[in-house]
Design a protein around this ligand. Structure first.
Ligand code: DSN
Length: 421
């Protein structure tokens, strides 16, 4: 892209932005929570909307001059309601953690009980993990996955829920490669009178594209980021039944935040319009097809995958299991070697990990970004092969550089949205 003004005012930052653009273009981005936004989304976020304060909500603001901003926020809300099938939407949370924070503020008093999937088992910090505000402020009960299947076992969740009586139950996570049974959770929540929240940050694009069951009709509250599979700008949303609308809106503003980031709201509105197109359904289904193809190719090369594969966009690999010429390697050095070969991922804990989160046993990969650039099953085979070879040659910089060159050549044929298309 051209940054004429930026180039002239601050060539140092312009150069770094351009370097990042090239980096994103020339590597296989496998971090499952990342994506490439379209040029339209990027244009909407880089506008005069960033100049405006709009504390409050459409029609009820604390600043004048909202003639245009109100229309933008209303469009974003209407589009989200239609796509997700929920009665109420707040598009102002700055991201996923603030969205979840608002849910707590609206529904729980400090010391009351929340239940969520434990972080080292694939959950999220804000679902009650001890070093997060959620675990420090509330009484957090954490469920885990089954040691054999690596799936959430609803019988155990129910047992725990009946014993601990949480007021709030979170579903959702960041490293869970299986489908969520929102209906099953809803029955448990109903039995104990808890409010059920679906944090669909990772899978919201799959949900609107019909590639993952929707939580609508099962849960009272849905939270999501907007920049993962949904392919919007960095932001957050809370969607709910009418019953919780007022409390959630008050929690976001004035409870937690000041003025909404209007340029982000516009970008979210554009992304939601894109997600309503038929092409997005094809995209969402291809993400899952690619993830399954990649998982199968990895299994064929002897990789140990948590849950044995994937049902969504992400794959969790236990890199400590050696196979043939590939040695046992911890997640962190594995992720670093893969990055040097042009395959960007993150190291991650695996269920029942004997190692620490900063040096865990696995890596987490996913297919939203490579699918956005048009890669399909054939390229997944190449990626699995590159991953295998990079981990065979983990300390061999010349081999990693050779792989890097192959990666760049293949990337050249798949222009990423927002960068070359
Ligand atoms: N940081 C996000 C992820 O990578 O999954 C979750 O918030």
């Amino acid at each position: 892209m051209h940054f004429a003004a930026l180039q002239s005012v601050d060539p140092e930052i312009a150069r770094l932005v351009q370097q990042e653009e090239v980096r994103q273009d020339q590597c296989i981005r496998l971090i499952p929570s990342e994506n490439y936004v379209s040029r339209a989304v990027m244009e909407a976020t880089g506008t005069v909307l960033t100049n405006k304060y709009s504390e409050g909500y459409p029609g009820r603001r604390y600043y004048e001059g909202q003639q245009v901003i109100d229309q933008i926020e209303t469009l974003a809300i209407q589009r989200a309601k239609a796509l997700f099938g929920m009665e109420h939407v707040n598009v102002q949370p700055y991201s996923g953690s603030p969205a979840n924070q608002a849910v707590y503020l609206a529904l729980l008093k400090p010391g009351e009980t929340v239940m969520g999937l434990s972080l080292p088992f694939g959950g999220h910090l804000t679902h009650g993990w001890k070093v997060n505000f959620s675990g420090m402020t509330y009484r957090a009960i954490q469920y885990e996955v089954d040691p054999v299947t690596h799936r959430v076992d609803l019988d155990r969740v129910r047992e725990l829920a009946l014993k601990e009586r949480p007021k709030l139950i979170f579903t959702g996570g960041t490293a869970y490669p299986c489908l969520w049974d929102f209906g099953g959770f809803a029955q448990i929540a109903k039995e104990i009178g808890a409010v059920l929240v679906a944090d669909i940050a990772h899978i919201s694009g799959l949900v609107v594209g019909g590639a993952h069951p929707s939580p609508a009709g099962h849960v009272s509250i849905v939270t999501t980021t907007t920049h993962k599979t949904l392919r919007g700008p960095r932001g957050g949303m809370i969607l709910s039944t009418a019953e919780h609308a007022q409390a959630l809106d008050r929690a976001v503003f004035p409870g937690l935040q000041g003025g909404p980031h209007n340029h982000t709201t516009a970008g979210i509105a554009v992304a939601l319009k894109e997600a309503a197109q038929v092409e997005f359904k094809t995209y969402a289904h291809q993400i899952v097809k690619n993830a399954k193809a990649l998982a199968n190719e990895l299994l064929a090369r002897g990789f140990r995958l948590i849950s044995g594969g994937t049902e969504n966009h992400l794959i969790l690999i236990d890199t400590t299991v050696a196979a043939g010429e590939r040695p046992s390697i911890n997640g962190k050095p594995a992720a670093k070697a893969l990055d040097r070969a042009g395959l960007e991922c993150n190291y991650n804990t695996i269920p029942f990990d004997p190692r620490k989160p900063f040096d865990p046993s696995g890596v987490r990969i996913g297919t939203p970004s490579v699918t956005s650039r048009g890669m399909k099953e054939d390229e997944m085979k190449k990626i699995a092969d590159w991953m295998h070879r990079a981990l065979v040659h983990v300390g061999d910089e010349a081999q990693l550089a050779r792989l890097r060159a192959e990666v760049i050549e293949v990337c050249e044929a798949f222009p990423p949205p927002g960068i070359r298309i």
